[in-house]
Design a protein around this ligand. Structure first.
Ligand SMILES: NC(=O)C1=CN([C@@H]2O[C@H](COP(=O)(O)OP(=O)(O)OC[C@H]3O[C@@H](n4cnc5c(N)ncnc54)[C@H](OP(=O)(O)O)[C@@H]3O)[C@@H](O)[C@H]2O)C=CC1
Ligand SMILES: O=C1O[C@H](COP(=O)(O)O)[C@@H](O)[C@H](O)[C@H]1O
Length: 476
């Protein structure tokens, strides 16, 4: 079964933007406006929202990054991704007219004051800051946002207090009347949106959580993993739990192993500034693939409420052992001999990648889910950049009789569990810097990985060999 998902990354923000019936001004600041995420996803999505009339009337966009650019440069970078149709040219011009660009660093209070001045020129407004940036600068950026760029009227509203020196019998009517009549009319808000990966390992993730919660209230923060906005990913729950075909067999007694793959036919394309520091495991495996994995593997939650879903996801993560380096193959693509354009460029040929880098752009990992009866079940994760000539994210399910159980308790925290699983592996890679195998841009997966997968299939389950006929495919 294959279903093509469409990303509507900012749909999550529509409610925020529609708040106040469009009466207030809104300023959406893209921090990291010169980058890959900004040009491929953020600006195009803002354009689609603008084109379809889904934004409040007084909405403005400000791009911010260190590069000395103009709005025209941003336009040139992002136009190829905007899917502008014939007849929309004028509308595109209107869109860029409400855009502005400011060059500034990520740690200079003076530069953030410049940004704040530009926002203030739009009048009193709600502010959204999208951190389309490497997580290494989240701390300094959020400190500066908090110190300099928060909505002033929001601060003011925080100071409004009503003291009810009254008998409790009148609390209900008094508070109803206060809400209806006496609330500040200008309670402007600020929202800060941070991208995955949330941290670099378990420790830095905890540090970032503490840092952000010290600066912002929970309602002011969004942590984005855009895979959760993909239609097919969202449909996984419906597919599993609203479907009589799947629910009876989609459980730990029915499924032997799961292979989740992510493949892209393009390389880093100038993203070395972010990517080289992080590598493919942090970039997609620890977050996007783990989110898919939990949706595939979790038990039916009691309701579709966020807390119930999260609790079920955490149970899955808790049963997974940390990944061992011996159960992992790492790779780095090289240019295709005689290849055209991007294909000719290996990872190390990207000018933004440091010379001699051993950062993996390919990784296969076998995760084992240990059950109470001692049996081990396997989850294969496979992430590859610049490899197949096709783009896909896929879940393959191998059905088999299993028995199993739940793991002892501990922290109920998805982030904690996902980092706990990967941190030992990442530390080992960090300290031992194993030389990745190389694979050719545009080829199938590295040959070693085929052998590796076959070997693991055999070693762990004894009887299970991969066969096309037995599997169910779900293209995402
Ligand atoms: N690209 C994508 O498709 C997606 C990316 N993301 C996430 O978005 C974030 C940014 O990724 P992406 O846009 O691809 O990365 P980029 O490498 O394009 O970085 C974005 C911008 O950040 C600045 N930058 C880059 N490296 C550094 C550095 N070492 N120190 C300070 N600033 C730096 C650069 O701007 P300047 O030099 O002008 O300041 C750059 O244009 C990451 O967290 C990534 O996980 C999430 C989903 C998809
Ligand atoms: O988060 C990321 O995702 C993209 C792939 O997402 P898609 O929706 O475009 O398929 C990936 O290219 C990038 O490296 C990563 O940071």
């Amino acid at each position: 079964m294959a279903v093509q998902g469409k990303v509507d990354m900012l749909s999550i923000l529509r409610d925020e933007l529609a708040y106040e019936g469009g009466a207030a001004s809104h300023v959406f600041v893209v921090l990291g406006a010169s980058g890959d995420l900004a040009k491929k996803k953020i600006y195009p999505t803002l354009w689609w929202l603008f084109r379809d009339g889904l934004l409040p009337p007084k909405t403005y966009f400000i791009g911010y990054s260190r590069s000395k650019l103009t709005v025209d440069d941003i336009k040139k970078k992002t136009l190829p991704f905007m899917k502008v149709k014939n007849g929309e040219e004028q509308k595109v011009e209107q869109f860029f007219k409400i855009n502005e660009y400011i060059a500034g660093s990520y740690d200079s209070p003076g530069d953030f004051s410049k940004l704040n001045k530009a926002i203030e020129q739009k009048g009193s407004c709600n502010r959204l800051f999208y951190l389309a940036l490497p997580p290494t600068v989240y701390e300094s950026v959020t400190l500066n946002l908090k110190a300099t760029c928060m909505s002033k009227s929001y601060m003011y509203v925080k100071e409004v207090r009503f003291y009810l020196a009254l008998p409790p019998t009148v609390y209900e009517s008094v508070t109803l009347n206060l809400k209806a009549t006496c609330m500040s009319k200008s309670d402007k808000w600020t929202r800060v949106i941070v991208e995955k990966p949330f941290g670099k390992d378990l420790e830095s993730s905890n540090r970032l959580s503490n840092h952000l919660s010290a600066l912002f209230k929970e309602e002011e923060l969004y942590r984005i993993d855009h895979y959760l906005g993909k239609e097919m990913v969202q449909n996984l729950m419906v597919l599993r739990f609203a479907n009589r075909i799947f629910s009876p067999v989609w459980n730990r007694d029915g499924i032997a192993s799961v292979v989740i793959s992510f493949k892209e036919p393009f390389g880093t394309q100038g993203r070395g500034g972010y990517f080289d520091d992080f590598g493919i495991i942090r970039d997609v495996m620890q977050n996007h693939l783990m989110q898919i994995l939990t949706l595939v593997a979790m038990e039916k939650p009691p309701t579709t409420n966020a807390e119930d879903i999260r609790n079920e996801k955490v149970k899955v993560l808790k049963s997974i052992q940390p990944v061992d380096i011996k159960d992992t193959v790492l790779g780095q693509y090289v240019g295709k001999p005689g290849g055209k354009g991007d294909e000719a460029q290996g990872y190390l040929d990207d000018p933004t990648v440091p010379k001699g880098s051993v950062t993996p752009t390919f990784a296969t990992a076998v995760l084992s889910v240990k059950m109470r009866d001692g049996m081990v079940y396997l989850l294969y994760l496979d992430v590859e950049k610049a490899t197949l000539n096709e783009r896909k994210a896929e879940v393959r399910i191998q059905f088999k009789d299993v028995a199993g159980d739940i793991f002892p308790d501990g922290r109920s925290d998805e982030l904690y569990e996902a980092w706990r699983i990967f941190t030992p592996l990442l530390n080992k890679i960090e300290t031992e810097k194993p030389k990745p195998i190389t694979y050719v841009y545009g080829s199938r997966r590295p040959k070693e990985s085929d052998e590796f997968m076959a070997d693991r299939d055999f070693k762990y389950t004894g009887t299970y060999r991969w066969t096309e006929s037995k599997e169910t495919k779900a293209g995402l």
